[in-house]
Write a protein that binds this ligand. Sequence first.
Ligand code: ADP
Length: 586
Amino acid sequence: MLRKYQYPIKKLIGFKEEKMAENTTGSPKKRASTGSPAKRRTKAAEPSAVEKIETPAAEPVVESVSEPVAETVAETVVETVAEPAAEAPAAAINEEPPMPTPRRSVAFIGSECYPFVKTGGLGDVMYALPKALIKQNCDVKVILPRYKCIPWEYQEKMVYRGEFYMDLCSDGRSFYVGIMEYVWNGVVYDFIDNEDFFRNGNPYTNLVDDIPKYCFFAKAALAALNYMNWVPDIIHCHDWQAALVPVYLRSVFSGTPVSSAKVMLTIHNLRFQGIYNIATVKYWSGLPDYLFDYAVLKQGVDDANMFKGGLTYADMITTVSGTYAGEIQSTFFGEGLDAHLRYHSGKLRGIVNGIDTEIWDSSTDPTLPCPYSAADAIEKKKENKLLLQEKLGLERDPGKFVIGLISRLTDQKGLDLVDFILPELIDGNTQVVVLGTGDARYENSFRYYEGAFRGSVCSNIMYDEGRAHQIYAGADALLVPSLFEPCGLTQLIAMRYGTVPIVRETGGLKDTVQPYNEYTNDGNGFTFDRYEAWLLLDAINRAKTLYFTRRERWDEMVIRDMNKDVSWENSARQYRQLYMELKPAY
Ligand code: ADP
């Protein structure tokens, strides 16, 4: 204990002083064997350049993507056109578009990331956005908890980067922080290791465990950056689990190397905020008393709200669609933080999510029985539909209108509306396929419908990535009638797979699905505005009418949806612009 008080700052913030370096690099072999991805750096400009050259996985990305395309095009053209013409397109494809400059270094801090651990859209974003940012000349490190549930195939590839002890609690209790690293597709993943906090099979259990877990994680992530001497231009945190990062950064970490970084906090879902009584949060975070004030962490009579504190200290707040950025400043969508968000609205922006178009590519998807592209989608989707019907025990008939629902089964997702109208949908020409887990109320209700409408309804009460892919491919339409939806990924994936979305006009659903217009024969899906069951039914009936009476127009919409740009490229460019607005303090 005494020793701790003698060196509080150094232990507290993971400062890597000489003595510590000796101790932790007491395993220089381990470090050397990692290919030493971690050269020590002091300025942000340097790491970018160094990392780019050193990161071993950065090259394969370029190789695996550009070369095969170039070859295919070159071969095809050589066969049919004269030689000089063949060279021109091949060379053009080989040429990478120029990278925007200057380079920016970014540390992503969040609680889940595909494929290591994913419970929803946040996991997709934490995987796909860093990959897209690399193409925008960003140098990205993703910091995650090393949960025990991360599959062994990834655990075994992680290499030891170092360890130290960090003071955490208000009584000076300190904890082990290990850093395990994995470099993949040009992105460096650093996992914060501590078995006490991350031993559960699920990332999220209950607030009693989750509050200490994410106090520890937020502080350890910053301490790890100091320890690794990697000071990024931007620290980009995600959701309440990482929301204490800005608070720590501008309080106990101020004056340490990492405090020169600017910090962005992204709201993926405002419903979950990390609220607990002040005494507990104060104890586990070890944050000073003055932060438990209404302007920062305090809420109500004696609660602390971790998301609220992060929003106060973030240099920039983003959320995952422009519409949701506006909505959360209203009482209905603001989840109790609307006034706080209105106060901080000057630094609030909305950028819509994309999807990873390599994972979500129906022409190469290994889980599909019958892969397809826009060129043969109309025929091949029928085959996928037949195989899906067969697999799920539905009546085999390509003429049936198959509606998919892939979702967490919670109130947010508008399932009370679906529950209410489902019997009205089943008319002999329509089938419904549900995939999801969540509230027992909805799980049981969909199980009941499966029994009541055998052959027309199939409820898969499970989480299954492969099955999700097969439903996206085999269904004609996908329902997303959410009460609120910050962005939503399922409607984007559906469009990419030529499955027409039927959505409520809220949040990102409104920003990404243009309603079908029968006069101009334009649009990507069917929409309804007020949160009412009969309006949902009306939207589904409009879709069915087009499907059964004007199939050529439906098919055009399928192709239009498949060709719509739902990639991360455009969004990554906008994030980069915001990173450029945030000038680091050095
Ligand atoms: P959320 O609010 O859950 O984050 P999103 O639409 O942003 O909703 O993202 C949901 C993601 O999780 C999508 O990739 C979707 O395909 C996937 N998903 C949801 N439920 C399941 C399930 N039961 N099985 C497989 N994937 C699922």
